[in-house]
Design a protein around this ligand. Structure first.
Ligand code: PLP
Length: 361
């Protein structure tokens, strides 16, 4: 098909580049922030018990059982929840529901590289409001976003790729002053160390906030493609009843997602292990001369030692040893590597390889 059939914005845009995947099980994958642990045993049971005869019928269109379970977990109403095909589908729904072609969308780069891609698909204008040197939103973020008449702001919290966390009070102030809708992307919230960090009650009471949650990270289910949004019913309703694909979540995913979200004991245990391993990773990288930003996510952003090889060459050297980490050829990130927290054994291999690359004993 020739390019002339494409909408001009689609022709002009660049697609999303996912992190590398490797078919070789020997590869140590610390590049796409997957959970180092498998999903809950309840998910394995639910998969085994799933009766394929049910696939004859269409699935529940709004994932009612999942929304009920999630509502119970968060102490909100099912009308305040929408289940989506990964958090990514929620991002798309926010744009198709609330942003007209030509409208501005606020982001603070660097952040999740899918935001610009989805904004371009919708024909929106990306408005980059920048971050401070310690990865916080610039103090005049809201003023500038309002002046640019941004309809939506994407705020990732904990921030990716740094792992920095903004507290509820700061986000409340932003939400109250911003004239548009704020999508707070909480993809990594399951790894926040601060006990009690919970934005759900604030989100459902505000009239311009939607939280993004995903089962891809904390629940170890990136392959399932299941996420959800939490917000005021007036914001959730148009996405649930109008812009969502008619059957956006298949019957198998719905059944496994319910099993996963109901086993909070397991999630708590893997979360504890990831947080512990994150600390070990920070200390080990620090001892090798990396500067590591404090992180509330299941990854760390490490600035490579000034005196040694570049981040790109360390990334390449690790890759040649079958260890994948993430290098971003992007402003503010070219001297850094984003490294996903792994199992103790994976991290041991990583540190051993880095010692060799940096010629440290
Ligand atoms: C910041 C951020 N938001 C959202 C997502 C979406 O995750 P998923 O579509 O797997 O739920 C990701 C995935 O890497 C992410 O890093």
């Amino acid at each position: 098909m020739t390019t002339e059939f494409q909408r001009p914005n689609i022709f002009a845009m660049t697609g999303y580049t996912p992190g590398e995947q490797s078919a070789d099980p020997a590869t140590i994958k610390l590049n796409t922030n997957e959970n180092p642990y498998p999903p809950s045993p309840q998910v394995f049971d639910a998969l085994q018990q799933f009766d394929a005869a049910h696939l004859r019928r269409y699935p529940n269109p709004t994932a009612s059982d999942f929304r009920l379970a999630a509502a119970k977990l968060h102490g909100v109403a099912p009308e305040q929840i929408i289940a989506t095909r990964g958090g990514d589908e929620l991002l798309r729904l926010i744009l198709t529901t609330f942003v007209d072609p030509g409208d501005s969308v606020a982001v603070a780069e660097p952040s999740y590289s899918l935001y610009p891609v989805l904004t371009a698909i919708q024909g929106g204008q990306l408005f980059d409001l920048g971050l401070t040197s310690d990865w916080r939103l610039a103090p005049d973020f809201v003023d500038r976003a309002n002046k640019a008449r941004c309809k939506v702001a994407f705020i990732v919290n904990p921030h990716a790729p740094s792992g920095a966390l903004m507290d509820e009070a700061s986000l409340r102030t932003i939400a109250e002053a911003f004239n548009g809708l704020i999508l707070i992307d909480e993809a990594y919230v399951d790894f926040v160390s601060n006990a009690g960090h919970d934005l759900t009650q604030f989100a459902v009471k505000a009239d311009n906030v939607v939280l993004l949650r995903t089962l891809s990270k904390g629940y170890g289910l990136a392959g399932l493609r299941f996420g959800y949004g939490i917000g005021h019913a007036r914001l959730i309703e148009p996405m649930l009843t109008k812009t969502r694909d008619s059957y956006n979540l298949d019957a198998i995913s719905q059944s496994l997602a319910v099993a996963a979200i109901q086993d909070q004991g397991y999630i708590e245990e893997t979360r504890r292990q990831v947080i512990e391993a994150r600390l070990e990773l920070q200390v080990a990288l620090g001892a090798l001369g990396f500067e590591v930003a404090p992180s509330h996510a299941n990854f760390v952003l490490a600035t490579v030692p000034r005196s040694g090889p570049s981040a790109l060459s360390i990334y390449q050297a690790l890759k040649s040893k079958q260890i994948l980490v993430r290098y971003f050829d992007q402003d503010r990130l070219r001297d850094k590597l984003r490294i996903t927290v792994g199992t103790p054994e994976e991290q041991h291999q990583l540190i051993k390889a880095l010692r060799e690359i940096l010629q440290r004993d």
